[in-house]
Each structure stands twice: as structure tokens, then as C-alpha cells.
Ligand binder design. Structure first.
Ligand code: PMP
Length: 399
């Protein structure tokens, strides 16, 4: 009998398993649409020029590597706040937003969940059905009970808005509601501005607590446009909510783990108290965040020239995603499949393609095209070299 003799093996993550299977596939035509990463036209993860420039100056400066404060690099948290809420937001002027650097967007979700479990009347989270699979796991691990609200409508490939509102109306006051700010993962189906306004009304009336996940700012319409939901919540008079944000995609800095937790409170005093609680939580998990990724982001966002360059590179990424969506729709139409036009209406890196598990299996077995069993495809893993092949294969398996 040894200490670990009763430890059970946890099954591997299905999406990561997909990449392992893809890597082992020897077919030259193979395509991995199962990932959650933006690849460029050459099939590589881009290293943005703006980031590269900051990296070079950091290397040249050869600074010592002290600890960051518990809540992160001040230049990073300030720039993040401004990016999310807008530089001129009255909330920022009033000191009502407490922003903390976190270990990726995932870290922001977990630290935010830990905070809420301490301060809210009951720890229940309502998630869109479906949602990013880690949402449920992270909040459960923090002691939340997780329930679903209706979201995706498989018939229209968009949002079942009436169903969503009806479900939100049924939630207990004090329930936390996780909302994807834009580029919904995994469906690609987003709310319109008008729908956001209605959701905000329901959240306010029912005294629900909004927890906004912003992992793809700038990947659909633009930096400010993709953050519209935040302004709508404020406009609706909701005085307290959370935004978990990530630069993994918008700066293509996946492995640097650059995220932030922004807590909006009713007053500056409350924001201060909340920030002190957040710091205590972080102190007992990882003490303080890492410096390099945050220095890169802060270096870009605080230099007018590099910020302009980044905005341009981000615009190119989003325009390329739009072009790939349009290209896939056009090629599928050429194959006699105009019913896939909805792919152009969806936003961000992902699309719920409507393909069944059996069709996804055929894509993998017959064509070496890997997608998630739910039919989720990563549009940002397409390129001009594989678009035609993917369109033909999708048309063939869904005929
Ligand atoms: N939220 C959503 C909706 C995501 O898709 C992701 C990453 N795929 C995250 C949060 C986590 O982001 P990060 O990689 O920065 O932890």
C-alpha cells in the first residue's frame, strides 16, 4: 500500500486528445479544425510585430526580474481597464473598477469565482447551453452549483433568444450569470446590441449578477464594438459586475498567460475592499503573476505607435476570419450546399457547423479533417490552401 495506490486516472481532455490524434495522422492533406487557436495563412501561430518590438527593447534593457505586485503590473491593469471600459468611462474616473492581472482568462475566471463564493448570498452559476467546457469545471471546482440557460438554436444556427430570456427570468436573485461578451465559444452565435439591452434589463430586474467573459475582444467587429456589452450593462444601471478578459488571442500570446479580472463595484470604497479580497485569494494560490507577458502587452498599449500597429494587426486577423467564413460559405455553395450560409452570420474563431458526431467522424476517417464531436470547427484554422478541400469534404459527408 503506497500513498497514491488509490488515485484514479482522470480521462484526457477530448479537445487536446484530438490534437494528439491529428499529430499522429500521416496524411499530407490533414487539417486540424479542433483547436482554439488563431493560425495565420501559413498555418502558424502569429508573433505580432508590435509584440516583437517590445520584446526586443525589453531584451536590450536587460532589466532585473523582481516580483510584480500581487495584483500585477500597474501599467498593464490600467491599460486593460481602459481597453475594456473605454478611456473616458465615468466608472474609471470614479474609481469603481478594480482590475487585477491574472494567469490568463482562465485565471480570471477562477479568481473571480473564488471571490464570488465568498461574497455572494449563494454560489450558483448559470451558463449558456452550450458554453466553453472549462466554464463548468472552473466554477464547480470553486464550489459553485452550475445550471444552464437556453442559448443556441440548432434550427437557426443562432441564439434562441426567447428561450434565453425565459430561462434568465426563472433564476433565483443573486445567481451569477456567465455571458460571453462576443465571439461565443463554441457556437459563434452572438447577441445583437438590442438583445443585450433586453438581457441587461432582465439581469437588473431579477437581481442577477453578470459575469462577462471577454476572451476575443477585437476578433469580430472591433475593440470598442466587441466590448459593447460592458457599456450596455452600465447603461442599464447595473452597479456591480465582473469582467474576465484575456489577451491570449488578441495579442496571440497564448503561452504567456495574460488575462485580467475587472470587478465593477457601486462605489470606490467597495472596489477597494473587493480588490483587497482578490489580492488575498491570489496570495494563497500563486502569490503574484508573471511579468513577461504583461510587460509585452503594457509596452504595446502604452506606446501610441505600437498600439496603432497592434490595432492594425488585430484588424487583419479579424478581417481574415471574416474572409475565411465568406470563403467557406462560397465554396460550400459551389458544391451545391447553400444552406451553410449561416457560417457568415456567426462571429469569432468558432462555428457550430451543424455537423453531427457521425459526420465529424467521417471527416476524420475519410479526409483527415479533425473537428470537435459537437460539430464545432475553428474557422481561424482554415487558410486558402485547405479551404477548398475542407468545403468539398464537408459537402460530401453532409450530403
Ligand atoms: N473564455 C473563453 C470563452 C475561452 O474560449 C478561453 C480560451 N479558449 C478562455 C476563457 C481562457 O483564456 P486563456 O487561454 O487566456 O486562459
Amino acid at each position: 500500500m503506497s500513498f497514491f495506490s488509490n488515485v484514479e486516472l482522470v480521462p484526457g481532455d477530448p479537445i487536446l486528445g484530438l490534437t494528439e490524434a491529428y499529430n499522429a495522422d500521416t496524411r499530407a492533406t490533414k487539417v486540424n479544425l479542433g483547436v482554439g487557436i488563431y493560425y495565420d495563412e501559413q498555418g502558424r501561430i502569429p508573433l505580432l510585430k508590435a509584440v516583437q518590438q517590445v520584446e526586443q527593447s525589453l531584451a536590450a534593457a536587460a532589466r532585473p526580474r523582481g516580483y510584480l505586485p500581487i495584483d500585477g503590473l500597474p501599467a498593464y491593469t490600467q491599460a486593460t481597464r481602459e481597453l475594456l471600459f473605454g478611456k473616458d468611462s465615468p466608472l474609471l474616473a470614479a474609481g469603481r473598477v478594480a482590475t487585477t492581472q491574472t494567469v490568463g482568462g482562465s485565471g480570471a475566471l477562477r479568481v473571480g469565482a473564488e471571490l464570488l463564493r465568498k461574497v455572494l448570498p449563494h454560489a450558483t452559476l448559470a451558463l449558456s447551453n452550450p458554453s466553453w467546457e472549462n466554464h463548468r469545471a472552473v466554477f464547480s471546482a470553486a464550489g459553485f452549483e452550475v445550471v444552464d440557460y437556453t442559448y443556441f438554436d440548432a434550427a437557426t444556427h443562432g441564439v434562441d433568444f426567447a428561450g434565453m430570456l425565459a430561462d434568465l427570468q426563472k433564476l433565483q436573485p443573486g445567481t451569477t450569470v456567465l455571458l460571453h461578451a462576443c465571439c461565443h465559444n463554441p457556437t459563434g452565435a452572438d447577441l445583437t446590441v438590442e438583445q443585450w439591452k433586453q438581457v441587461a434589463q432582465v439581469l437588473k430586474e431579477r437581481q442577477l449578477f453578470p459575469f462577462v467573459d471577454m476572451a476575443y475582444q477585437g476578433f469580430d467587429k472591433g475593440i470598442a464594438e466587441d466590448a459593447a456589452a460592458i457599456g450596455i450593462l452600465v447603461e442599464a444601471g447595473i452597479d456591480s459586475f465582473i469582467v474576465a478578459s484575456s489577451y491570449s488571442k488578441s495579442f496571440s500570446l497564448y503561452g504567456e498567460r495574460v488575462g485580467a479580472l475587472s470587478v465593477v463595484a457601486a462605489t470606490a470604497e467597495q472596489a477597494k475592499a473587493v480588490q483587497s479580497q482578490v489580492k488575498r485569494i491570489i496570495r494563497t494560490i500563486y502569490s503574484s503573476p508573471s511579468a513577461h507577458g504583461a510587460s509585452l502587452v503594457a509596452g504595446v498599449l502604452t506606446s501610441p505607435e505600437l498600439r496603432g500597429l497592434w490595432e492594425d494587426e488585430l484588424r487583419q486577423m479579424r478581417e481574415r476570419i471574416h474572409a475565411l467564413r465568406a470563403g467557406l460559405v462560397a465554396k460550400l455553395a459551389e458544391q451545391g450546399r447553400p444552406e451553410f450560409a449561416f457560417i457568415s452570420q456567426q462571429a469569432g474563431m468558432f462555428s457550430y457547423s451543424g455537423l453531427s458526431k457521425a459526420q465529424v467522424d467521417r471527416l476524420r476517417d475519410e479526409y483527415g479533417i479533425y473537428a470537435v464531436g459537437t460539430g464545432r470547427i475553428c474557422v481561424a484554422a482554415l487558410n486558402q490552401g485547405n479551404l477548398e478541400y475542407v468545403a468539398r469534404a464537408v459537402a460530401a459527408v453532409s450530403a
